[in-house]
Design a protein. Structure first.
Length: 84
């Protein structure tokens, strides 16, 4: 809960590139900004552990933008870094 008694919204999205994939945690207004099958370019994200599982996060100075083209050939779905 926030100081004004409102609640946060949170969701996870599986994101990846040619090296592997990881869960991205999205909060509040970022939840509405991302949809299934979008191509995102994430800048300055950081990684932490949540309940022993690796998560990619966006902080105050981090961002993402929706792109039109994938900058690599294929997403490596076999290397899920969040499942280690």
């Amino acid at each position: 809960m926030r100081a004004d008694s409102s609640t946060h919204r949170v969701c996870e999205a599986l994101v990846g590139d040619e090296t592997g994939n990881v869960y991205l945690t999205l909060w509040d207004e970022d939840v509405e900004g991302v949809s299934n099958e979008q191509i995102l370019r994430i800048s300055n994200g950081y990684v932490n552990l949540f309940r022993g599982s690796m998560r990619l996060n966006l902080g105050r100075y981090d961002s993402y933008e929706v792109k039109d083209e994938v900058p690599f050939e294929e997403i490596n779905l076999d290397n899920n870094l969040s499942n280690r």
